[in-house]
Write a protein that binds this ligand. Structure first.
Ligand code: SF4
Ligand code: SF4
Length: 383
Protein backbone atom coordinates (compact mmCIF):
# COMPACT_ATOMS: atom_id res chain seq x y z
CA UNK A 1 0.00 0.00 0.00
CA UNK A 2 1.19 3.54 -0.57
CA UNK A 3 0.36 6.42 1.72
CA UNK A 4 -3.31 7.38 1.91
CA UNK A 5 -4.15 11.00 2.75
CA UNK A 6 -7.48 12.54 3.69
CA UNK A 7 -8.19 16.25 4.17
CA UNK A 8 -11.15 17.74 6.00
CA UNK A 9 -12.11 21.23 4.81
CA UNK A 10 -14.15 23.00 7.46
CA UNK A 11 -15.19 26.39 8.76
CA UNK A 12 -12.66 27.69 11.27
CA UNK A 13 -13.76 27.66 14.91
CA UNK A 14 -17.37 26.66 14.13
CA UNK A 15 -16.46 23.18 12.88
CA UNK A 16 -13.03 22.68 14.44
CA UNK A 17 -14.09 19.92 16.85
CA UNK A 18 -15.99 18.12 14.12
CA UNK A 19 -12.92 18.13 11.84
CA UNK A 20 -10.64 17.02 14.65
CA UNK A 21 -12.91 14.11 15.59
CA UNK A 22 -12.92 12.88 12.01
CA UNK A 23 -9.15 12.95 11.43
CA UNK A 24 -8.32 11.50 14.85
CA UNK A 25 -10.73 8.60 14.46
CA UNK A 26 -9.24 7.78 11.04
CA UNK A 27 -5.82 7.41 12.64
CA UNK A 28 -7.15 5.29 15.52
CA UNK A 29 -8.89 3.01 13.00
CA UNK A 30 -5.70 2.66 10.94
CA UNK A 31 -3.72 1.67 14.03
CA UNK A 32 -6.10 -1.25 14.52
CA UNK A 33 -4.72 -2.64 11.26
CA UNK A 34 -1.07 -2.20 12.25
CA UNK A 35 -0.68 0.91 10.10
CA UNK A 36 0.84 4.15 11.27
CA UNK A 37 -0.82 7.53 10.86
CA UNK A 38 -0.99 11.07 12.05
CA UNK A 39 -3.63 13.78 12.21
CA UNK A 40 -2.82 17.49 12.08
CA UNK A 41 -4.15 20.94 11.24
CA UNK A 42 -2.28 23.09 8.76
CA UNK A 43 -0.16 25.61 10.61
CA UNK A 44 -0.79 28.42 8.11
CA UNK A 45 -4.37 28.77 9.29
CA UNK A 46 -3.47 29.31 12.90
CA UNK A 47 -4.91 31.21 14.63
CA UNK A 48 -8.22 30.25 13.12
CA UNK A 49 -10.93 32.81 12.66
CA UNK A 50 -14.69 32.43 12.69
CA UNK A 51 -15.94 30.86 9.50
CA UNK A 52 -12.66 31.08 7.61
CA UNK A 53 -12.05 27.93 5.55
CA UNK A 54 -9.44 25.76 7.26
CA UNK A 55 -8.09 22.21 6.88
CA UNK A 56 -7.11 19.23 8.96
CA UNK A 57 -5.41 16.16 7.55
CA UNK A 58 -5.11 12.45 8.34
CA UNK A 59 -2.20 10.61 6.69
CA UNK A 60 -1.92 6.84 7.00
CA UNK A 61 1.00 4.67 5.85
CA UNK A 62 2.32 1.14 6.25
CA UNK A 63 5.55 2.16 7.92
CA UNK A 64 7.15 5.20 9.58
CA UNK A 65 9.55 5.92 6.68
CA UNK A 66 6.67 6.23 4.26
CA UNK A 67 4.83 8.51 6.64
CA UNK A 68 7.93 10.68 7.24
CA UNK A 69 8.35 11.12 3.51
CA UNK A 70 4.82 12.51 3.18
CA UNK A 71 5.11 14.70 6.25
CA UNK A 72 8.34 16.31 5.06
CA UNK A 73 6.09 18.60 3.04
CA UNK A 74 4.13 21.52 4.42
CA UNK A 75 0.90 19.74 3.57
CA UNK A 76 0.06 16.80 1.29
CA UNK A 77 0.15 17.94 -2.34
CA UNK A 78 -2.67 15.56 -3.18
CA UNK A 79 -5.18 13.56 -1.17
CA UNK A 80 -7.18 10.42 -1.83
CA UNK A 81 -10.28 11.90 -0.24
CA UNK A 82 -11.38 15.48 0.39
CA UNK A 83 -14.10 15.77 3.04
CA UNK A 84 -16.05 19.03 2.89
CA UNK A 85 -18.24 19.51 5.96
CA UNK A 86 -19.96 22.69 4.70
CA UNK A 87 -21.42 22.49 1.19
CA UNK A 88 -21.04 26.26 0.61
CA UNK A 89 -17.27 25.60 0.54
CA UNK A 90 -17.82 23.85 -2.81
CA UNK A 91 -17.52 27.35 -4.28
CA UNK A 92 -13.87 27.49 -3.28
CA UNK A 93 -11.65 28.07 -0.32
CA UNK A 94 -9.89 31.32 0.52
CA UNK A 95 -8.09 30.75 3.75
CA UNK A 96 -6.19 33.14 5.96
CA UNK A 97 -2.81 31.99 4.72
CA UNK A 98 -3.53 31.52 1.04
CA UNK A 99 -3.18 33.82 -1.87
CA UNK A 100 -6.37 33.63 -3.84
CA UNK A 101 -9.20 31.16 -4.08
CA UNK A 102 -8.45 27.44 -4.13
CA UNK A 103 -10.99 25.06 -5.70
CA UNK A 104 -12.48 22.64 -3.18
CA UNK A 105 -11.21 19.71 -5.27
CA UNK A 106 -7.71 21.15 -5.85
CA UNK A 107 -5.88 18.46 -3.85
CA UNK A 108 -8.25 15.59 -4.71
CA UNK A 109 -6.29 12.98 -6.71
CA UNK A 110 -7.47 11.79 -10.12
CA UNK A 111 -10.08 9.12 -9.31
CA UNK A 112 -10.12 10.32 -5.70
CA UNK A 113 -13.37 11.21 -3.94
CA UNK A 114 -14.94 14.36 -2.57
CA UNK A 115 -17.36 13.73 0.32
CA UNK A 116 -19.77 16.60 1.05
CA UNK A 117 -22.41 16.97 3.78
CA UNK A 118 -25.43 18.59 2.15
CA UNK A 119 -29.12 18.53 1.33
CA UNK A 120 -28.28 19.69 -2.19
CA UNK A 121 -28.20 17.19 -5.05
CA UNK A 122 -25.06 16.29 -7.00
CA UNK A 123 -25.81 18.56 -9.99
CA UNK A 124 -26.26 21.57 -7.76
CA UNK A 125 -22.97 20.93 -5.90
CA UNK A 126 -21.07 20.26 -9.14
CA UNK A 127 -22.26 23.61 -10.53
CA UNK A 128 -20.43 25.27 -7.63
CA UNK A 129 -17.22 23.21 -7.86
CA UNK A 130 -14.45 24.36 -10.21
CA UNK A 131 -13.73 22.12 -13.18
CA UNK A 132 -10.81 19.72 -13.00
CA UNK A 133 -8.94 18.05 -15.83
CA UNK A 134 -9.17 14.61 -14.20
CA UNK A 135 -12.16 12.56 -13.07
CA UNK A 136 -13.10 12.37 -9.40
CA UNK A 137 -16.09 10.92 -7.52
CA UNK A 138 -18.65 12.83 -5.45
CA UNK A 139 -20.33 11.21 -2.47
CA UNK A 140 -23.01 13.16 -0.58
CA UNK A 141 -23.76 12.58 3.10
CA UNK A 142 -27.31 13.90 3.26
CA UNK A 143 -27.89 16.22 6.18
CA UNK A 144 -27.89 19.71 7.64
CA UNK A 145 -24.49 21.35 7.86
CA UNK A 146 -23.21 20.73 11.37
CA UNK A 147 -21.70 23.61 13.31
CA UNK A 148 -19.69 22.04 16.07
CA UNK A 149 -16.83 24.14 17.25
CA UNK A 150 -14.88 25.36 20.20
CA UNK A 151 -17.79 26.34 22.39
CA UNK A 152 -20.49 23.81 21.54
CA UNK A 153 -20.47 20.35 20.07
CA UNK A 154 -23.74 19.50 18.40
CA UNK A 155 -23.52 15.74 18.45
CA UNK A 156 -25.70 15.02 15.42
CA UNK A 157 -23.63 12.03 14.21
CA UNK A 158 -22.16 13.97 11.27
CA UNK A 159 -18.69 12.77 12.27
CA UNK A 160 -19.53 9.06 12.25
CA UNK A 161 -21.76 9.29 9.17
CA UNK A 162 -18.78 10.72 7.31
CA UNK A 163 -16.47 8.03 8.69
CA UNK A 164 -18.86 5.26 7.56
CA UNK A 165 -19.02 6.81 4.08
CA UNK A 166 -15.24 7.16 4.02
CA UNK A 167 -14.76 3.44 4.73
CA UNK A 168 -16.97 2.67 1.71
CA UNK A 169 -15.43 5.10 -0.80
CA UNK A 170 -11.80 4.57 0.24
CA UNK A 171 -11.44 0.92 1.32
CA UNK A 172 -7.63 1.12 0.94
CA UNK A 173 -7.57 3.49 3.95
CA UNK A 174 -9.18 1.22 6.58
CA UNK A 175 -11.82 -1.49 6.64
CA UNK A 176 -15.33 -0.83 7.91
CA UNK A 177 -14.68 -3.19 10.83
CA UNK A 178 -11.66 -1.18 12.03
CA UNK A 179 -13.58 2.07 11.58
CA UNK A 180 -16.52 0.78 13.65
CA UNK A 181 -14.19 -0.53 16.36
CA UNK A 182 -12.42 2.83 16.56
CA UNK A 183 -15.74 4.69 16.79
CA UNK A 184 -16.92 2.43 19.60
CA UNK A 185 -13.64 2.82 21.45
CA UNK A 186 -13.38 6.59 21.02
CA UNK A 187 -17.02 7.55 21.44
CA UNK A 188 -18.37 4.67 23.53
CA UNK A 189 -21.75 4.89 21.82
CA UNK A 190 -23.47 2.03 20.00
CA UNK A 191 -25.95 4.33 18.26
CA UNK A 192 -23.03 6.13 16.64
CA UNK A 193 -21.60 2.82 15.48
CA UNK A 194 -24.99 2.00 13.94
CA UNK A 195 -25.07 5.41 12.22
CA UNK A 196 -21.64 4.78 10.69
CA UNK A 197 -22.74 1.33 9.48
CA UNK A 198 -25.91 2.77 7.94
CA UNK A 199 -23.95 5.48 6.12
CA UNK A 200 -21.56 2.82 4.82
CA UNK A 201 -24.53 0.83 3.47
CA UNK A 202 -26.14 3.88 1.84
CA UNK A 203 -23.00 5.52 0.43
CA UNK A 204 -22.73 5.93 -3.32
CA UNK A 205 -20.36 7.79 -5.62
CA UNK A 206 -21.41 9.94 -8.55
CA UNK A 207 -18.57 10.25 -11.10
CA UNK A 208 -17.57 13.83 -11.90
CA UNK A 209 -16.00 13.94 -15.36
CA UNK A 210 -13.25 16.35 -16.47
CA UNK A 211 -14.85 19.57 -17.63
CA UNK A 212 -17.95 19.21 -15.42
CA UNK A 213 -18.46 22.09 -13.03
CA UNK A 214 -17.81 25.82 -12.78
CA UNK A 215 -15.63 26.91 -15.75
CA UNK A 216 -14.38 30.12 -14.06
CA UNK A 217 -10.68 30.50 -13.23
CA UNK A 218 -10.42 31.16 -9.48
CA UNK A 219 -8.84 34.54 -8.79
CA UNK A 220 -5.22 34.59 -7.70
CA UNK A 221 -2.32 37.01 -7.54
CA UNK A 222 1.46 36.90 -7.44
CA UNK A 223 3.21 37.08 -4.08
CA UNK A 224 6.43 39.10 -3.97
CA UNK A 225 9.55 36.99 -4.59
CA UNK A 226 12.68 37.10 -2.42
CA UNK A 227 14.20 39.86 -4.51
CA UNK A 228 11.14 42.09 -4.32
CA UNK A 229 10.49 41.75 -0.59
CA UNK A 230 10.67 44.94 1.38
CA UNK A 231 12.77 45.34 4.50
CA UNK A 232 10.83 44.75 7.69
CA UNK A 233 7.22 43.78 7.91
CA UNK A 234 4.99 45.86 5.68
CA UNK A 235 1.26 45.67 6.08
CA UNK A 236 -0.28 47.69 3.30
CA UNK A 237 -3.34 49.64 4.29
CA UNK A 238 -6.33 50.01 2.06
CA UNK A 239 -6.51 53.43 0.45
CA UNK A 240 -8.92 55.93 1.91
CA UNK A 241 -12.30 55.73 0.24
CA UNK A 242 -12.14 57.00 -3.30
CA UNK A 243 -15.29 55.72 -4.77
CA UNK A 244 -17.85 58.41 -5.29
CA UNK A 245 -20.01 57.17 -8.10
CA UNK A 246 -19.48 59.81 -10.74
CA UNK A 247 -21.80 62.76 -10.47
CA UNK A 248 -24.74 60.65 -9.36
CA UNK A 249 -23.88 60.56 -5.68
CA UNK A 250 -23.39 57.38 -3.77
CA UNK A 251 -20.18 56.09 -2.26
CA UNK A 252 -18.14 52.93 -2.62
CA UNK A 253 -15.11 52.41 -0.35
CA UNK A 254 -11.88 50.93 -1.72
CA UNK A 255 -11.53 47.25 -0.85
CA UNK A 256 -8.69 44.74 -0.71
CA UNK A 257 -7.79 43.34 -4.12
CA UNK A 258 -6.18 40.27 -2.60
CA UNK A 259 -8.42 39.09 0.22
CA UNK A 260 -12.06 38.88 -0.77
CA UNK A 261 -13.54 37.06 2.27
CA UNK A 262 -16.65 35.74 0.56
CA UNK A 263 -15.66 32.09 0.95
CA UNK A 264 -15.97 32.70 4.70
CA UNK A 265 -19.71 32.88 4.51
CA UNK A 266 -22.37 30.18 4.62
CA UNK A 267 -25.21 32.74 4.59
CA UNK A 268 -25.54 36.15 2.95
CA UNK A 269 -27.84 39.11 3.54
CA UNK A 270 -30.60 40.02 1.09
CA UNK A 271 -31.98 43.54 1.30
CA UNK A 272 -35.54 44.71 0.84
CA UNK A 273 -34.90 48.09 -0.79
CA UNK A 274 -38.62 48.93 -0.69
CA UNK A 275 -38.84 48.91 3.12
CA UNK A 276 -35.37 50.33 3.93
CA UNK A 277 -35.68 53.60 5.88
CA UNK A 278 -32.05 54.63 5.13
CA UNK A 279 -31.19 54.69 8.83
CA UNK A 280 -27.47 53.92 8.03
CA UNK A 281 -27.13 51.31 10.81
CA UNK A 282 -26.11 48.44 8.52
CA UNK A 283 -23.52 50.68 6.83
CA UNK A 284 -22.10 51.84 10.15
CA UNK A 285 -22.07 48.49 11.88
CA UNK A 286 -20.87 46.11 9.16
CA UNK A 287 -17.44 45.01 10.45
CA UNK A 288 -16.15 44.54 6.91
CA UNK A 289 -17.25 47.85 5.38
CA UNK A 290 -19.33 45.95 2.86
CA UNK A 291 -22.05 48.47 2.18
CA UNK A 292 -21.89 50.80 -0.80
CA UNK A 293 -24.04 53.90 -0.53
CA UNK A 294 -26.15 54.00 -3.67
CA UNK A 295 -27.11 57.21 -5.50
CA UNK A 296 -30.59 56.79 -3.93
CA UNK A 297 -29.13 56.77 -0.43
CA UNK A 298 -29.86 53.05 -0.06
CA UNK A 299 -27.26 50.50 1.08
CA UNK A 300 -25.99 47.70 -1.16
CA UNK A 301 -23.90 44.96 0.48
CA UNK A 302 -20.87 44.11 -1.67
CA UNK A 303 -20.88 40.34 -1.97
CA UNK A 304 -17.16 39.94 -2.67
CA UNK A 305 -16.42 41.46 0.74
CA UNK A 306 -19.23 40.10 2.89
CA UNK A 307 -18.13 37.38 5.33
CA UNK A 308 -21.74 36.55 6.26
CA UNK A 309 -21.55 37.53 9.93
CA UNK A 310 -25.19 38.62 10.19
CA UNK A 311 -24.53 41.90 12.02
CA UNK A 312 -26.51 43.88 9.41
CA UNK A 313 -29.54 41.64 9.97
CA UNK A 314 -29.19 42.03 13.73
CA UNK A 315 -28.99 45.85 13.69
CA UNK A 316 -31.60 46.62 11.03
CA UNK A 317 -34.66 48.08 12.80
CA UNK A 318 -37.14 47.20 10.03
CA UNK A 319 -38.60 43.67 10.16
CA UNK A 320 -37.42 41.49 7.25
CA UNK A 321 -35.56 44.37 5.62
CA UNK A 322 -32.23 42.52 5.94
CA UNK A 323 -32.44 38.73 6.06
CA UNK A 324 -29.61 36.22 6.13
CA UNK A 325 -30.33 33.43 3.64
CA UNK A 326 -28.44 30.32 2.60
CA UNK A 327 -25.35 30.90 0.46
CA UNK A 328 -26.16 27.63 -1.30
CA UNK A 329 -28.92 29.42 -3.22
CA UNK A 330 -26.48 31.69 -5.10
CA UNK A 331 -24.08 31.18 -7.97
CA UNK A 332 -22.63 34.71 -8.24
CA UNK A 333 -21.73 37.79 -6.22
CA UNK A 334 -23.82 40.24 -8.24
CA UNK A 335 -25.08 43.53 -6.84
CA UNK A 336 -28.60 43.25 -5.39
CA UNK A 337 -29.16 46.97 -5.87
CA UNK A 338 -28.40 46.66 -9.60
CA UNK A 339 -30.74 43.66 -9.87
CA UNK A 340 -33.46 45.69 -8.14
CA UNK A 341 -32.85 48.68 -10.42
CA UNK A 342 -33.17 46.53 -13.52
CA UNK A 343 -36.37 44.76 -12.51
CA UNK A 344 -37.96 45.83 -9.21
CA UNK A 345 -40.90 43.46 -9.32
CA UNK A 346 -38.69 40.52 -10.34
CA UNK A 347 -36.18 41.31 -7.60
CA UNK A 348 -38.89 41.64 -4.94
CA UNK A 349 -40.46 38.27 -5.75
CA UNK A 350 -37.04 36.57 -5.91
CA UNK A 351 -36.00 38.11 -2.58
CA UNK A 352 -39.33 37.31 -0.87
CA UNK A 353 -39.12 33.68 -2.01
CA UNK A 354 -35.61 33.40 -0.56
CA UNK A 355 -36.72 34.93 2.76
CA UNK A 356 -39.73 32.59 2.98
CA UNK A 357 -37.53 29.60 2.20
CA UNK A 358 -35.07 30.64 4.88
CA UNK A 359 -37.83 30.86 7.47
CA UNK A 360 -38.70 27.23 6.73
CA UNK A 361 -35.08 26.07 6.95
CA UNK A 362 -32.80 25.38 9.84
CA UNK A 363 -29.54 26.49 8.32
CA UNK A 364 -27.24 28.49 10.58
CA UNK A 365 -24.28 30.70 9.82
CA UNK A 366 -22.44 29.90 12.96
CA UNK A 367 -22.44 33.40 14.44
CA UNK A 368 -26.00 33.74 15.60
CA UNK A 369 -27.47 30.34 14.78
CA UNK A 370 -30.36 32.11 13.10
CA UNK A 371 -33.27 29.73 13.01
CA UNK A 372 -30.90 26.91 13.79
CA UNK A 373 -31.59 26.06 17.35
CA UNK A 374 -34.64 28.26 18.00
CA UNK A 375 -37.04 25.39 17.39
CA UNK A 376 -35.12 23.10 19.69
CA UNK A 377 -34.99 25.73 22.42
CA UNK A 378 -38.78 26.16 22.43
CA UNK A 379 -39.21 22.38 22.44
CA UNK A 380 -36.88 22.13 25.41
CA UNK A 381 -38.63 24.96 27.24
CA UNK A 382 -41.98 23.21 26.81
CA UNK A 383 -40.47 19.97 28.02
S1 SF4 B 1 -23.34 39.85 6.88
FE1 SF4 B 1 -23.83 42.04 6.81
S2 SF4 B 1 -22.64 42.96 8.47
FE2 SF4 B 1 -21.76 40.92 8.07
S3 SF4 B 1 -20.09 41.25 6.59
FE3 SF4 B 1 -21.94 40.80 5.40
S4 SF4 B 1 -22.84 42.77 4.93
FE4 SF4 B 1 -21.39 43.10 6.61
S1 SF4 C 1 -30.24 49.00 8.69
FE1 SF4 C 1 -31.99 48.36 7.46
S2 SF4 C 1 -33.30 50.17 7.37
FE2 SF4 C 1 -31.30 50.85 8.05
S3 SF4 C 1 -30.24 51.47 6.16
FE3 SF4 C 1 -29.68 49.35 6.53
S4 SF4 C 1 -31.17 48.14 5.38
FE4 SF4 C 1 -31.98 50.22 5.56
Amino acid sequence: MSTVAVEVVYRGIFQKTLARNIVRTIVFAARKEGKIGTAFGRYGDSPERNGIPAKQFAVVADDPEELDETLARYEPTEVDVTINVDDTLCKGVESWAWYGLQPINQLTKPDGTLIVTSWQDADSLIRDMHQKDAPIGLSIVKGTVSFSGLWVYKDDHTDVRILGTLAKVCPQLVSLESMLEAIQEQMDNETKVASAQKSFDLASVRPVEPGEGNPETPYKFELPGWKTMEEGVVIRGIEAGAGFRGGDGGYQPVRSEVFKKYSTRSMRPVINFETCIKCTLCWLQCPDTCFDVTPDGLYDANMESCCGCGVCEAVCPVPDCVTMVSEADFEDNNSQYEMWQEDKQGYNSWMTALVDKQKAETRTHGFHHVGGYAEEISEMTEA
